[in-house]
Design a protein around this ligand. Structure first.
Ligand code: SF4
Length: 258
């Protein structure tokens, strides 16, 4: 009986993966209607071509639909697999999906993994990452695992260059779905690339950081990337001001010299 229950669970996960692949724009396996019925995914029309101009959870500006699959970060990560949707796959060691609490009220979004992140398969673990961790733990006074941290692109751009437009377009659906699944109270974008991805290409980091924006109705505070702070430590004061605004929005106590 236990074996049967486990097999049913495996089929359940398989069905979720097939739906998730369809949402990612990946080709679903050519299965018969009987098999799709058995997996419980026939009604989602996964073998039907996606309607032109359809607004799903991956369409920038589209309306999030809480009923769409995948419904968890684990399923989303599994659906990405060893992704080859853009040319960044060629140089990466690991896909850096993101980490933290799936129930996080605060999500940090950077632009892409660096060398240490690529090797570790974790976001923000290098020098800039250690600075971000300090901001979270010493400034905001939350544990790093209480927030969620991810990037616009999940694979390291060679030489730490900025991700290119086609790479951002290919990978942004994953970020959008992460944000959709987590549903944070606040997003804090780190650096120009992440802000332009979430707000729009006209965003200017030097003029507009520290001012509230929205991403699909979620308040978004753009600030400088921690890597920028390593080069220009004098900008730490501005970042701390931005972070304090985030803390006030989250009803967190702001210590004067945090
Ligand atoms: S950057 Fe994103 S879209 Fe490109 S290969 Fe990596 S996971 Fe896939």
């Amino acid at each position: 009986m236990k074996v049967e229950a486990e097999i049913r669970e495996i089929f359940g996960h398989l069905g979720k993966l097939i739906v998730a692949h369809r949402e990612m724009g990946l080709e679903p396996p050519p299965l018969s209607d009987e098999t799709l019925n058995y997996l419980g995914v026939a009604e989602s029309g996964i073998n039907a071509p996606r309607a032109k101009g359809a607004k799903g959870p991956y369409s920038p500006g589209g309306t999030p639909d809480r009923g769409d699959q995948p419904d968890s970060l684990e399923v989303l990560r599994a659906s990405i697999g060893e992704c080859r949707r853009c040319k960044l796959h060629g140089n990466r060691t690991r896909v850096v999906f993101g980490e933290g609490s799936p129930q996080a009220e605060l999500v940090f979004v950077g632009e892409g993994p660096g060398q240490e992140e690529d090797l570790a398969g974790r976001p923000f673990v290098g020098e800039a990452g250690r600075l971000l961790t300090k901001i979270i733990e010493n400034g905001i006074r939350l544990a790093r695992k209480e927030v969620y941290i991810c990037n616009v692109v999940k694979c390291r751009p060679p030489g730490n260059r900025d991700p290119e437009r086609d790479e951002i377009e290919a990978c942004t659906p994953f970020l959008e779905k992460q944000l959709h699944i987590i549903g944070p109270r606040v997003i804090c974008s780190l650096g120009r690339v992440a802000a332009q991805c979430l707000i729009g290409p006209e965003f200017k980091i030097t003029k507009e950081r520290g001012t509230w924006h929205t991403y699909k109705e979620i308040p978004l505070m753009p600030t400088y990337h921690p890597a920028y702070l390593l080069r220009y430590p004098s900008a730490k004061r501005q970042v701390w001001e931005d972070i304090q605004k985030v803390m006030v929005h989250l009803d967190l106590e702001v210590k004067k010299n945090g």
